[in-house]
Design a binder for this molecule. Sequence first.
Ligand code: MBD
Ligand code: FE
Length: 259
Amino acid sequence: MSKQAVKNVRVEEVFNLYIKHMQEFLKEARLNHEEYTNFVNWADRLGRAGELPLYADVFLETHVLRAMYTDKPGTQPSLLGPYFIEGSPLVESEPGQQLVLTQRPDEPGEVLIFKGNVSSVDGMPLANTRVEMWQNDNSGKYSAFDSDAPRYNLRGHFFTDENGNFEVKSIVPLPYSIPDQGPTGEFLEYVDQHPMRPAHLHLMFEADGHETLITQVFFEGDKWLESDVADGVRTELITKLEDKGDHKEASLNFVMRRE
Ligand code: MBD
Ligand code: FE
């Protein structure tokens, strides 16, 4: 029995546009049938290896974001990426104590204090904004994916205070090498591109009456900023990593658009 599908006018509209532009593209690329077959075989391997979300987020997502958000006010979004998972723990602190992102007792890495303020495009601070944060660990890996750390290690959510401020203790993230031993790695070699992303924090902000802001934070001086394999860097998302002796400190302010 086949599933009863209903006509979807949006799918039809997007597909027709896709075909229209693909015809132009194919003429320009002078693609031959053998190349088409090679592409289908590679895409099949990509899917079977479970790398389709990785490939899409690395090579396509940035273009979707640029098309949606260029020239809009507010903080520039960046890639959600393939490593977000639902259900992160709420991180709370005792009064007067520091908020600590979910971590193992002796989480390896340099301590990072990350601070920020969240406001609306009109300048109003956004109290009680839900801040979701995730990042890789000191071996450059993401919990629940390539690391054997607990599922929610270096993942958590918390809320801004009455002035829209937050401050959380974590570790300094490391530059990240995307998996390069499968079909995605094969593609990287064809286009002579290294697999590195600059070190980054992932952040997602949710506030009433505002568009959810999904973005990333990068650090000045990172050697991969200019050649990020996923093209996720935006100038306004780069901040300084200040040396405070026994720890590093960084901050960035975030501006959310109204819904
Ligand atoms: C990442 O860590 C990431 O953030 C993105 C967008 C793609 C691949 C790996
Ligand atoms: Fe990432």
